[in-house]
Design a protein around this ligand. Structure first.
Ligand SMILES: Cc1cc2nc3c(=O)[nH]c(=O)nc-3n(C[C@H](O)[C@H](O)[C@H](O)COP(=O)(O)OP(=O)(O)OC[C@H]3O[C@@H](n4cnc5c(N)ncnc54)[C@H](O)[C@@H]3O)c2cc1C
Length: 633
């Protein structure tokens, strides 16, 4: 492959940031504040100091008045774009803003009504009140439907009486509240006339806004040192007969009126819970934006370094750039392909989410679950690898690999752990499938149908091993679809089989769990690939289209290579075809290598001051960080 690419930085940036693009140049005010507060990644500060600094910096950004709950309601893309642009400051500050505006404010927006919006939004905007999101307890995190905190309605006083009845009901990990927060959206079981009405959200004051004194009836403390996010004051909280007025109930779905009557728009507590949780999916978007951006930053560091660092070489010649080692570029450049594919997928879920298509809401939420789980998993794996690509300099905190590894770790778990999110997506996929085939009725028929499809669509039966075919988008789409269909048929077959062995649904689900998770991954990859292909078609600049196309091919082929186990186990590709795929990846990498720096530099919005990521003069930059006096040489 002898390809000459033309780099049109503006067009590539646009393609990589289609959703967040139009706000890209409107951040001057935010950037000014960032400069003013001088906030940068905190890598060596004691926790209390870090927490105080985080509080100060978050409030400084809030003073601007640009970020607000109203912005989530009126222009959510702009809200996301602002927060995305803030991944140049210490991530604890960003986390604090996200918890306050989106988790606390956004929940009031989605689950509350006009009275709550009027009462809280102005004070949230300038952080006069600082909010947290109180869902997790010591006993329950993923399975929050079983939380134990109780809010019992007192008919006489028209208040809720909140209690933590067991040790495991202690609220845990509640961000922003151990030291500085004043309010919490507290999730608890509402007990009405002795009956458990299920999980409800209640705005619960924690501290006096002026004195910052914790109110009587509340015990609170810090969850202690963490791997990351040490600027966030995560709290444990216990309640003892703590009273809040009934008006604090977020009553979009369930209400207690002036006569003390409880009504709920949903038929069961279970449905109420589902609806409550599905309103909060917006937050997950931030957990997609974060890792995608961090992958970009880390790749920028590594590509810059790989193109300036030299080690070994032939006698009498200059040493070799480390980028020229296949062990480097054949790992690094597929990651670049993944990055671009993830950026496109991120933008596509943003568009879906803000499309507000109620009919597609379930589908959108499920896709977001899959993409969130997948990009975080991938980013964490890459961070470790990318650190090693910078050798010892990768260990230096100044180059931020350790920082990102620690700060991004929680992204895998918060707002849903990967294993749980993948299952949510698979449940959706299976229920859609069930609906589709409902009229056929017989499960055996369904399986037969799918297997017929699989046999006729198996790439090994229908396609050649020629390099042009291996490089074609059709082959990639075919392989990804095949994996998805095959995993779905395996899952259905296994679920039906265990049903016949009289297992309960839960037993048979868990018995099939590894396949269920693989099904979700296969679908997510297919979704990402399809969005990437659409994005290529939409690109109107031919040279950019060609480059994007090749980067996506690299994403597709390297994903197939990563899943060779599956493709070989199920006889989807032959050994010969697998070898050709690896050959094609190598060719693509060699073609793209000379352009890697230009490609990664098309997104210049990541302005962390990382010594290895600058102009290639890494010796100078590292020396100045650690105080080596070269001037005396
Ligand atoms: C730094 C930090 C900040 C946080 N901030 C907040 C906050 O502000 N507010 C708040 O409410 N919460 C917060 N959390 C809590 C967070 O949301 C939970 O940690 C998360 O929801 C996971 O719950 P868990 O920790 O109880 O894990 P668990 O649910 O106990 O999961 C443990 C492991 O078991 C696996 N697992 C669980 N169920 C299944 C299953 N059905 N199938 C297969 N595997 C399963 C999980 O995937 C995971 O690997 C925070 C956590 C941290 C660490």
């Amino acid at each position: 492959m002898d390809i000459k690419y033309t780099i049109n930085a503006e067009e590539i940036f646009k393609a990589r940031n289609s959703s967040l693009y139009k706000y890209g140049k409107d951040f001057a005010e935010i950037q000014d504040v960032i400069k003013k507060i001088g906030s940068k990644p905190v890598i060596d500060m004691v926790s209390d100091e870090h927490k105080a600094l985080t509080d100060r910096d978050a409030k400084e950004i809030a003073k601007l008045g640009l970020i607000s709950v109203e912005l989530i309601r009126d222009d959510p893309k702009k809200f996301l774009a602002y927060l995305n642009s803030l991944v140049v400051i210490d991530l604890s500050v960003l986390a604090k803003l996200v918890i306050h505006y989106q988790l606390f404010g956004g929940t009031i927006l989605e689950l509350g009504t006009e009275q709550h919006h009027k009462k809280y939004f102005p004070d949230i905007k300038h952080m006069k009140i600082v909010g947290g999101f109180g869902m997790t307890e010591m006993g329950h995190g993923s399975n929050v439907r079983n939380i134990e905190t109780i809010a019992e309605y007192d008919h006489q006083s028209k208040e809720f009486v909140i209690n933590s009845p067991t040790p495991s009901s202690t609220k845990f990990w509640i961000g922003n509240l151990a030291k500085y927060g004043t309010h919490c959206v507290l999730f608890c079981k509402l007990i009405y006339k002795g009956e458990d009405k299920g999980v409800h959200g209640i705005v619960t004051p924690i501290r006096d806004v002026d004195t910052k004194q914790v109110f009587p009836g509340i015990e609170i403390g810090d969850c202690g040192p963490k791997i990351g996010w040490n600027g966030i004051d995560n709290a444990w909280i216990r309640f003892r007969n703590y009273r809040v007025p009934k008006e604090n109930l977020l009553n979009k779905f369930a209400n207690i009126d002036d006569k003390g009557e409880y009504t709920c728009k949903l038929p069961t507590p279970g449905k109420l819970f589902q609806n409550t949780i599905s309103q909060l999916v917006f937050g997950r978007m931030l957990y997609i934006c974060g890792p995608v951006r961090v992958l970009n930053i880390n790749l920028k560091t590594v590509i810059n370094y790989a193109l300036s660092r030299r080690q070994f070489g032939e006698k009498g010649k200059s040493e070799e750039l480390i980028m020229n080692y296949p062990s480097h570029y054949q790992v690094l450049l597929p990651m670049l392909g993944h990055l671009v594919a993830f950026e496109i997928a991120r933008d596509s879920v943003i568009e879906r989410l803000f499309d507000k298509n109620e009919e597609k809401l379930d589908e959108t939420n499920s896709i977001i679950s899959g993409v969130k789980a997948l990009v975080n998993e991938y980013n964490m794996t890459c961070t470790n690898k990318l650190r090693t690509f910078c050798g010892g300099n990768g260990i230096s905190s100044y180059n931020l690999f350790g920082y990102f590894r620690n700060e991004m770790d929680i992204f895998q778990t918060a707002e849903g752990d990967g294993a749980v999110l993948y299952q949510q997506l698979s449940k959706f996929l299976l229920s859609e499938y069930k609906k589709w085939y409902k009229k056929e009725g017989v499960t055996g028929y369904i399986i037969k149908e799918v297997q017929t499809f699989l046999a006729t669509s198996n790439p090994i039966y229908t396609h050649s091993r020629s390099i042009p075919y291996i490089l074609s988008n059709e082959f990639h789409h075919h392989a990804f679809s095949y994996r998805f269909e095959k995993m779905r048929s395996i899952v259905i077959e296994k679920l039906s089989h265990s049903k016949s062995k009289k297992m309960t649904f839960m037993q048979s689900w868990n018995d099939t769990l590894l396949y269920i998770i693989e099904l979700s991954k296969a679908y997510t990859h297919l979704y990402i690939l399809e969005q990437a292909h659409l994005s290529i078609k939409r690109c109107t600049d031919p040279p950019t289209r060609q480059l994007l196309n090749d980067l996506i091919k690299l994403y597709a082929l390297s994903s197939i290579e990563n899943d060779f186990g599956f493709y070989r186990n199920y006889n989807c590709i032959s050994a010969g075809q697998a070898l050709k795929i690896s050959e094609a990846i190598k060719e693509l990498c060699i073609a793209i290598k000379p352009y890697a720096l230009d490609i990664i530099n098309t997104d210049n919005s990541t302005s962390f001051d990382i010594p290895l990521a600058k102009d290639g003069n890494y010796i100078q930059h590292m020396a100045s960080r650690v105080g080596i006096p070269f001037s005396k040489l």
